[in-house]
Design a protein around this ligand. Structure first.
Ligand code: CP
Length: 316
């Protein structure tokens, strides 16, 4: 089957068909195999990819830049907006129109929800959303399902608990759609003030999602094949006082793990603060650093597909 991604923007977690998701997973697996074989890959040779990060990032920016380098393309990077003409008041649209003339693909992170879609409106080349405000982080959700496939052997038919800041955590907003798409049950556990936004829960339910909300962490862990923990997003709170009320309200540790379903997989998009005790790092089901590594292969796949340089047909 041929699915043509060439020129497509990657903007949210609900834009993909199951067939498209399978192609992305197979492509990530293909690049992982080639990297692990030590191949010098030249699929994107001659191309330039711009990485525009208007917000801090370690994993998303560096895994994209590593992916670009491993594919044989070159990076034009803006990691410090304070040193760009944004500081002089240039608009996002003018910045994108300018950068679009220098490159073949734009990867962007921005603090304002909807900014990736605004960039895609004006850019000729594909725009990949590396996280926009509290809205979406689709490449994280894609690497999350790639991780679930590797850790569990399959993506669907499981129970996943989302634990933490479900209000401001854009990763769970994107992943929720993909979990619904693969018929997983979702359990939401959060402080009352950090519940999943009602419009997202309602949209997921309208798509047929099986969702349970509870404040009983032990019960949720006992039911779950996967627990996906998120950090309380300090930078999104309206005030320090509001953040102080919520921080540290849940910490997954060895004591809580005793209540979990045997074999539970622990995931986290990282960075973590204190919501997963470091004592859990040696638990074999702790997948969060493997999850971070998977990000590079998944992002290689997206770059190969949206530039049209990777066009192998898969039987899916
Ligand atoms: N998971 C994630 O988006 O991490 P960074 O903020 O470090 O990119």
């Amino acid at each position: 089957m041929t699915i043509d991604f060439k020129g497509k923007d990657i903007l949210n977690g609900f834009q993909f068909s199951n067939q498209e998701l399978n192609v992305i997973m197979e492509t990530a697996s293909y690049y992982e195999m080639r990297v692990k074989r030590g191949e010098i890959i030249k699929d994107l040779e001659g191309l330039v990819v711009a990485t525009l990060f208007f917000e801090p990032s370690t994993r998303t920016r560096l895994s994209f830049e590593a992916a670009i380098n491993r594919l044989g393309a070159r990076v034009a990077s803006m990691a410090e907006p304070a040193n760009s003409s944004i500081a002089k008041g240039e608009s996002l649209e003018d910045t994108i129109l300018t950068v679009d003339g220098y490159c073949d693909c734009i990867v962007m992170r921005h603090p304002v929800s909807g900014s990736a879609a605004r960039a895609a409106e004006v850019a000729v080349h594909p725009v990949i959303n590396g996280g926009d405000g509290t809205s979406q982080h689709p490449t994280q959700a894609l690497l999350d399902i790639y991780t679930i496939r590797k850790e569990k052997g399959h993506i669907g038919g499981q129970t996943i608990t989302f634990l933490g800041d479900l209000k401001y955590g854009r990763t769970v907003h994107s992943l929720g759609y993909l979990m619904q798409q693969f018929n997983n049950k979702m359990i939401f556990v959060s402080p009352e003030s950090l519940r999943m936004p009602e419009e997202i829960t309602a949209e997921l339910k309208s798509r047929g999602a099986d969702i349970e909300e509870t404040d009983d962490i032990k019960y949720a862990l006992s039911q779950s094949d996967i627990v996906y923990v998120t950090r309380v997003q300090r930078e999104r709170f309206p005030s320090v006082e509001e953040y102080e009320k919520c921080k540290g309200s849940y910490i997954l540790n060895n004591d809580l793990l005793k209540y979990a379903k045997p074999g539970i997989t622990i995931m986290h998009p990282l960075p973590r603060v204190d919501e997963i005790a470091t004592e859990l790092d040696t638990y074999e089901g702790s997948a969060y650093f493997r999850q971070a590594s998977n990000g590079m292969y998944l992002r290689m796949a997206l770059l190969g597909l949206v530039t049209g340089r990777h066009n192998i047909c898969y039987s899916i």
